[in-house]
Design a protein around this ligand. Structure first.
Ligand SMILES: [Mn+2]
Length: 307
């Protein structure tokens, strides 16, 4: 028996406004070309693709007061927030096709407000090589794709912390980070100070991915909305070279597959971001295809009939 999934809406956000390299703006179409819509429809999912949002061009400027492109990042996140809210209010599951990871401020902001409105608990699984918990004082680069988790937790410029309403949009204890292996020096202090729950690669090596996932799921119940924010750089660069910020020593294909299958087994995923795919750095859209494979697993594709 296979699970019945809610109807899904794809939202493309074609920008690299918060990134340090150009090209993630081509991610939404690379995911479509890798076959994401067909793969989801083949799972029996009622799928609509609302197309690509429009926002300001990337002016490719240096940081100002520790932020790069703050006004443009705000504008893009407003678009993402509004589109995601509309999809959620229509009873559908939003899948954000990034775009760089700064856009999670808008997507998760929308999900958090939606959960508050309907009285659901929120759990966020942040699959990433990085903690994305930087501030403008700590960031070496000013690239806002290194700051979305901090902004969602109320640490950052008001334009971003209050983007979806009163700050903070989420509580730190709603987040579980998995696959982390690169945290800047000042960021490490912040992660510790705020008690962010981070399962880094050493922890995964020591416990095994299955046990790590069981920990990440602790406390989930039928009233929980599970949001998955999947930065493609979560994956080891040997299987996913098409991202701007590769870090060696990430989960291999089988471990990533297990993560996705275990999330599918909870039956609680209510929204998803697929971020940072950069086809300019990829090899024949290979990383796009791996991402599509993994998303199929998130929607219950497995080798055998398991239930
Ligand atoms: Mn990220």
């Amino acid at each position: 028996m296979s699970r019945i999934y809610p109807p899904v809406s794809l939202i493309g956000a074609p920008t690299d406004i918060g990134a340090g390299k150009r090209g993630a703006g081509l991610g939404p179409d690379a995911l479509r070309i890798a076959g994401l819509p067909e793969a989801l429809r083949a799972r029996g999912i009622d799928l609509e693709d609302i197309g690509n949002l429009a926002g300001p061009a990337n002016p490719w400027q240096k940081p100002v007061d520790g932020f790069r492109h703050l006004a443009e990042v705000v504008a893009w996140n407003r678009e993402v927030y509004e589109a995601s809210t509309d999809v959620l209010e229509r009873g559908r599951m939003p899948i954000l096709l990034g775009g760089d990871h700064c856009l999670a401020i808008g997507s998760i902001g929308a999900v958090a407000r939606h959960c508050q409105r309907i009285g659901k608990k929120l759990r966020i699984l942040w699959l990433d090589a990085h903690a994305d918990f930087n501030t403008h004082e700590e960031t070496p680069s000013g690239n806002i794709h290194g700051m979305p988790v901090a902004c969602l937790c109320g640490i950052g410029p008001r334009e971003l912390t209050e983007l979806s309403g009163p700050s903070p949009a989420i509580r730190v204890d709603a987040v579980r980070q998995i696959g982390i292996r690169s945290v800047d020096a000042g960021e490490k202090r912040l992660v510790k100070q705020h008690g962010l729950e981070v399962y880094d690669m050493r922890y995964i090596d020591e416990l095994g991915m299955k046990n790590v996932m069981l920990q990440a799921f602790e406390g989930l119940d039928a009233d929980t909305h599970l949001h998955v924010s999947f930065d493609v750089d979560f994956l080891d660069p040997s299987i996913a070279p098409g991202v701007g910020t590769t870090v060696p020593g990430g989960p291999n294909y089988r471990e990533a597959q297990l993560v996705m299958e275990m999330i599918a087994d909870t039956g609680l995923m209510g929204s998803l971001d697929i971020m940072e795919l950069n086809p300019l750095l990829d090899k024949r859209n290979r990383t796009g295809k791996v991402a599509v494979d993994l998303v199929e697993s998130l929607f219950g594709k497995s080798t055998l009939m398991r239930d």
